[in-house]
Design a protein. Structure first.
Length: 482
């Protein structure tokens, strides 16, 4: 065990609010009556349903398959009957849960694979994605990493977002599963050294994992400063190894693979027990909820059902957030379901929300100091206000983590993160339009080449016709046999 080698640049120290749930053990949610299971719980295109209306499904059954890269299959957590199917990127499969819940079937690796490929097959079949919130399919991420020699595996136990204590409780209660998942990842990647990064405010988790790591070779606990957003991959790598990953490079290209502690647990269950991802642990917190909790929730459970099992609401929440308050997603409907990437459900009252009335920029420079990517938020904001997307990109907009550190420290309450999110969306839209235009140009050029070729062939054929007519019309020579 050792402390972080380097304090990453920037970052903030918001009030954690973790005392609301830090000492509350994980408990399973009582079985809900209905699941709304989204078809897109990963970074790629939505999965394609394999079930039809009225079908009976069993717990753990694959109900949608991935047909493109960066997608992952979707399974139902509980047995029941399919009552609604909506396809597409915003689609979902609705299952009315049955009282009878038979044992779930076990995943099996495809035959004829070596050990590493068999483990990757199980990870892929299980539909494992980044459980820290990124939702990048784990099998794709590991396969991409295998293009390079992986020397270091970093297990991310930072959990720097305020309110959230999901990873903290997992490290305290399921540390053996984390170590088991690490061993499987070592077997696949051949990583020589493993570091488990944990913030210094999680003393029980540090002690629990350090005790287990003393029995393991090449696995160490690294104590990180309690700094947001140190849970971000590049900041974690910098703190643990002292190495900075360039903005245009992936960490795997530098020989480093990062996985969340929850992802490690899911990998262990998939390989050891053949279990797909059907449940996840979330933190339910905020001043508007009666009984804050850490819950093991079937994926697809709605906010309404979760609130009902946490004693109801103390007051009408001013905002509902899936995830953490910094990078989470505000929602309005109580029928919004929990997904694989949902780390928390926050029911916040008005006192917990920041000031929302912006004023003119004070040129104080606090956003410069807070940015963990060493960007100039105020300058990017000024460009985006004038639709200067190209200039904002030159200033590093693509590299922005959307972590919200700049907006948090801004005394003028400028909506910096919202602008940067919008700006990145516009850059992606511009890129798609440019790609489409380039494809159109390419296809047009190919068409012109084809038309020119056809015209040349036609001209050559026309030129050859008189010669053929002349040969047919010529009288036979004396030497020509009759």
């Amino acid at each position: 065990m050792f402390s972080a080698r380097l304090k990453p640049h920037g970052g903030i120290r918001p009030y954690s609010h973790k005392s609301l749930t830090r000492d509350i053990a994980i408990r399973p949610l009582v079985m809900p009556r209905q699941l709304i299971i989204p078809l897109r719980q990963h970074t790629g295109p939505a999965a394609v349903p394999l079930v039809a209306l009225g079908d009976s499904v069993t717990a753990g059954q694959r109900i949608a398959e991935a047909r493109e890269r960066m997608s992952a299959p979707v399974h139902t957590a509980l047995a029941g009957v399919v009552t609604r199917i909506v396809e597409g990127e915003q689609g979902a499969v609705t299952v009315n849960v049955s009282a009878d819940q038979p044992a779930a079937p076990r995943l099996l690796a495809a035959a004829g694979l070596d050990e590493a490929q068999a483990m990757l097959s199980l990870i892929e079949q299980a539909g494992i994605v980044g459980m820290g919130g990124a939702m990048f399919p784990a099998a794709d991420k590991i396969r991409m990493s295998l293009r390079y020699p992986i020397e270091t595996l970093i297990v991310n136990g930072g959990e720097c977002e305020p309110y959230l204590t999901t990873d903290d409780r997992l490290m305290r209660e399921q540390a053996e599963f984390i170590i088991g998942g690490i061993r499987y990842l070592q077997a696949i990647t051949h990583a020589r050294q493993v570091y488990i990064g944990i913030e210094d405010n999680k003393t029980e988790a540090i002690a629990r994992l350090d005790a287990l790591c003393r029995q393991e070779e090449h696995i160490e606990v690294v104590i990180l400063p309690s700094l947001y957003p140190i849970g971000s991959a590049k900041q974690m790598i910098e703190a643990v190894t002292g190495r900075q990953i360039p903005q245009n490079r992936r960490s795997t290209e530098m020989g480093v693979l990062v996985q969340n502690v929850g992802t490690c647990i899911a990998i262990f269950h998939a390989i050891r027990f053949g279990k797909p991802v059907t449940h996840r642990v979330i933190t339910v917190s905020g001043r508007a909820i009666e009984q804050p909790a850490n819950l093991l929730v079937p994926i697809g459970t709605t906010i309404k059902d979760i609130i009902g099992q946490c004693g109801g609401l103390k007051s009408q929440p001013a905002r509902m957030v899936l995830g953490g308050p910094m990078m989470g997603r505000a929602v309005e409907s109580l029928d919004t379901p929990i997904t694989k990437g949902t780390s928390g459900l926050l029911l916040l009252n008005g006192d917990e929300l920041p000031q929302t009335r912006p004023s003119a920029c004070l040129r104080c420079g606090r956003c410069l100091d807070a940015c963990p990517m060493s960007l100039a938020p105020q300058a990017m904001f000024a460009e985006l206000k004038n639709d200067g997307f190209a200039k904002a990109r030159q200033q590093g907009l693509d590299a922005c983590l959307l972590c919200g550190s700049c907006a948090y420290v801004c005394p003028a309450a400028l909506p910096l993160t919202q602008f940067f999110d919008w700006g990145q969306q516009q850059l992606r839209l511009i890129k798609r339009q440019e790609d489409k235009l380039e494809r159109t140009r390419h296809n047009s050029a190919k068409r012109q080449e084809r038309l020119a070729r056809e015209a040349a062939d036609k001209a050559a054929a026309q030129a050859a016709k008189p010669a053929r007519r002349a040969r047919r019309a010529a009288p036979p020579s004396e030497e020509t046999p009759c």
